[in-house]
Design a protein around this ligand. Sequence first.
Ligand SMILES: [Fe+2]
Ligand SMILES: [Fe+2]
Length: 478
Amino acid sequence: MSTVVTSEKIPNNVDLASDKKLQRALEAWQPKFVDWWKQMGPEGFQEDDVYLRTAVSVDADGWAHYDYVKMPDYRWGIFLADPIADRKIGFGDFMGQDAWQTIPGEFRNVLRRLVVTQGDTEPASVEQQRLLGQNCPSLYDLRNLFQVNVEEGRHLWAMVYLLQSYFGRDGREEAEALLERRSGNPDKPRILGAFNEPCKHWLSFFSFTYFTDRDGKYQLLALAESGFDPLARTTRFMLTEEAHHMFVGETGLQRIIERTVELMKKNSNEDARAEGGIDLQTIQRFINFWYSVSLDLFGGEISSNAANYFASSLKGRAKEDKYDDHVALTQTMNIDVPIVESGAYKGMKTEEVPLRNAMNEVLREEYVVDSQRGLDKWNRILEKAGIAFRFKLPHRRFHRSGGIYAGLHFDTEGNPISKDVWETKKYEWIPSPADDEYVASLMTKPIFDPNEMANWIAPPPRGIKGQPVNYQYVRHEA
Ligand SMILES: [Fe+2]
Ligand SMILES: [Fe+2]
């Protein structure tokens, strides 16, 4: 197993001390990162002690350490999953060759784009969530928010390590640029759409961590197959942390739904809003929104970039092992493609797309199935309570701004509709400004008493790492 060094400026298991040039470059980047964190990280809590887990090794049994830490002092480190001896490339044109420990020159630019695109999402989400602490529903949730935030910071470190180690001067410039773009800033936005959407309140936060972090999971799974071994090892370890982010989203939405059900029982109209809760229809609209913007993150349904990534053995499919054919040169995938004549929608035709060009869709397909699991769970709560409403994922054509359905309009069942119908009906399907305002209005008073929980969400069944739910997860002077 790799040796972990935690006594140095940058904790790591990559023997950073043996590469002085790299160590100097990363130590020069570190204060810039901390400046960015202080400026763009959680606002109003930087001096507080927070009960956080910190990655200290990649040992499956004990990779994390839990203790109080002030966020700017968090020990962001560089951890790669242990190497697999004699690892071979598992897919694409280079299938069967030894995994690459350095980057083949011809793939340098493509690979840099993959690493930068992944890296950019990490600080972006911290920026999106920076004000949420100020209207937290409990200290438990506040701590979970900060846990997600510091780990997204560590994921940025993971990508910056690759940039600084393997991409020379270009890599150093990209590492700087990752701290310069800003989520939602029209002049220097983050690279991907969903990461520029505002995350104004906790319903959006939980939807984001359920749907958008789950896109992250699938991108990481696909990169964990990479023929470029350092990328595969980095992303494999990131997945360990990512699981908690989706847990926060899934259980957060679940607790909101549980509470909504309780509040609905309090009056004869089953009106959750009348009791200061979030009604099921509003939750559904947030699901529709964050799910559809997250679907866009997978990229175009028919994509020569995707084909190129796969052919070059740089980005595979999630859990490549479960497929039989890892070269994917002879198979095809049927994709419904809209027929558009001079801007007008004329129907659908099924196109048989070479499988390599459909790799984004293959990954999206897996994501759709995985996303459904949470909804099934939440629907069981409704079923048990004798409530007829059921949550449903909208059709994948719905509300898309990337890929072959972009620019057209579809209802949540995937039926084509005109722009006029979309305009009149859209707020039945996606949150209106009034929905956002209503949800935010429930959260104007943050809860800093460990024994309290906001009215619109149920308490969790248990606390963090064996601590009670009412533990002082954040020491904050209100
Ligand atoms: Fe991440
Ligand atoms: Fe995440």
